[in-house]
Design a protein around this ligand. Structure first.
Ligand SMILES: [Zn+2]
Length: 101
């Protein structure tokens, strides 16, 4: 979904939970990657899975990605969009985690 109120990467690509790429980098560790192959930032976030009977996902969003979107959208809109993104990412991660490893 591309609207005026979307998060975007510093490379200009609009990003949301469905377009972001999740890469496994280790045991219970994932990278959140910009969908553009030409992106200079590439990594937009990092995920650590805490293993319990119910897996929990600790998502850290790149400082640069956040600052960039605060500049573009203002802090309030950015905070709201990042919160939504994290919620949707958790759902996506859960599916990814259950089917992949
Ligand atoms: Zn990018």
């Amino acid at each position: 979904m591309v609207t005026g109120k979307s998060l975007s990467c510093i490379c200009g690509t609009y990003v949301d939970a469905s377009s972001l790429v999740i890469e496994r980098i280790g045991e219970g560790e994932y990278k959140i990657v910009c969908p553009s192959p030409k992106c200079p930032l590439h990594e937009l976030g990092f995920v650590k899975v805490t293993h319990h009977s119910k897996p929990k996902f600790e998502v850290k969003i790149s400082r640069m990605f956040k600052d960039w979107n605060i500049l573009l959208l203002g802090r309030e809109s950015c905070d709201r969009l990042v919160r939504d993104l994290l919620k949707q990412l958790s759902l996506k991660l859960r599916k990814f985690y259950e089917t992949c490893c």
